[in-house]
Design a protein around this ligand. Structure first.
Ligand code: SAH
Ligand code: SF4
Length: 340
């Protein structure tokens, strides 16, 4: 919602300033997505606003609910017709997390990820990111009277290739006068954009940082995460050490497990020594993500082999979680977002 434009409009129409505040609170506190959802405005004013202003920049093209009801995927259409997706995840009772997209497509092109397949279409604007939250919050409020407790920037795109918009969106989400989430309830996942990790440490030291590692030797990582060719593991290690020294915060390490690719005992040993070269194990939580099918040569390891890999890392002294895969029946799990 363009509040600057609305402010000018209201002034020129000779309307009192409190109308602006009314709309502002209806959007950010009550999650109104249409003018009819702001009944406190006089009907003639609402009609005038309808012709000139959109509250939410996104149209919901599709809403898919998983069989268990613990994941809801939204397919949004933007003004130019491009589509992006967001996923609501019910990880704890009544605690919902929203996974938002930051780009249409992704320039990094990891070969196992559905988003990366087609490359980058374009960056999202700050509003297009925030509006995913507002639309999903409206949905949760109207369908279940629940709220969104946390936001993860892990949908389509590499957030740190769209740093300005992501930064603006985080400010809107954490500003007490607007959405008002705590910084600690915001997590950003990067494929390892070194300069932006440094910037993020300064700008948002209370937010959570997740790094998609997947491999600890440059040859394999160059293939799995092509951004590694620009920012190899040695540079990533230095940036993470500095991040931890500066913020004193733990880093979430994501490791998508693919059978026969990165799940051997020696690769677990390599992960251990690479992480220890960055900081002590207490500074990491390793999130094991079992590969979700996206078409292509990769395979998920069997469940017990995932557990074995996680067990080895635990023995090395790390906190390890195996990420629950919610919403794979609606193609809403990690890496499956394609915006079709
Ligand atoms: N571009 C950022 C954030 C979006 S991807 C990043 O790469 O970190 C979010 C997570 O989903 C990343 O950890 C990514 O590696 C993972 N992912 C991508 N494709 C996947 C797949 N097919 N199965 C499981 N996880 C996948
Ligand atoms: Fe982009 Fe992340 Fe997918 Fe890689 S995993 S292509 S960085 S969205």
């Amino acid at each position: 919602m363009d509040f600057k434009k609305l402010s000018v409009f209201l002034k020129e129409a000779g309307l009192p300033a409190f109308r602006l505040k009314q709309v502002h609170d209806a959007v950010y506190k009550n999650f109104a997505v249409s003018w009819d959802q702001i009944p406190s405005l006089p009907a003639p004013l609402r009609e005038r606003l309808k012709t000139d202003f959109r509250i939410n920049s996104l149209d919901i093209a599709d809403t898919l609910v998983s069989k268990k009801g613990d994941a809801v995927k939204f397919c949004f259409e933007m003004k130019d017709g491009l589509r992006i997706e967001s996923v609501l995840l019910n990880l704890l009772p009544e605690k919902w997390s929203l996974c938002v997209s930051t780009q249409a497509g992704c320039p990094v092109r990891c070969p196992f990820c559905a988003t990366g397949k087609k490359g980058l279409k374009r960056n999202l604007s700050p509003d297009e990111i925030t509006d995913q939250f507002l639309a999903a919050a409206n949905y949760l409020k109207t369908t279940r009277s629940h709220k969104i407790a946390s936001v993860i920037f892990m949908g389509m795109g590499e957030p740190f290739y769209n740093y300005e918009s992501v930064g603006e969106a985080i400010k809107t989400m954490t500003d007490p006068d607007r959405i008002g989430l705590g910084q600690r309830h915001i997590s950003v996942s990067t494929a390892g954009h070194v300069p932006a990790i440094r910037r993020f440490a300064k700008d948002f030291p209370q937010c959570n940082l997740a790094v998609s590692l997947h491999a600890c030797d440059d040859t394999l990582r160059n293939d799995l995460v092509p951004l590694n060719r620009t920012y190899p593991l040695s540079q990533l290690a230095k940036a993470l050490t500095d991040y931890i020294v500066m913020t004193k915060r733990r880093v979430f390490v994501e490791y998508v497990l693919m059978d026969g690719i990165n799940n051997s005992r020696s690769q677990a040993a390599r992960l251990n020594s690479w992480l220890r070269s960055v900081a002590a194990p207490k500074y990491f939580t390793i999130n094991i993500i079992t590969y979700n099918r996206t078409g292509g040569p990769y395979r998920a390891p069997a469940k017990d082999r995932v557990k074995v890999f996680a067990g080895i890392l635990e023995e090395y002294g790390f906190e390890v979680t195996i990420r629950k895969s919610l919403g794979d029946d609606i193609a809403g799990a990690c890496g499956q977002l394609a915006g079709k």
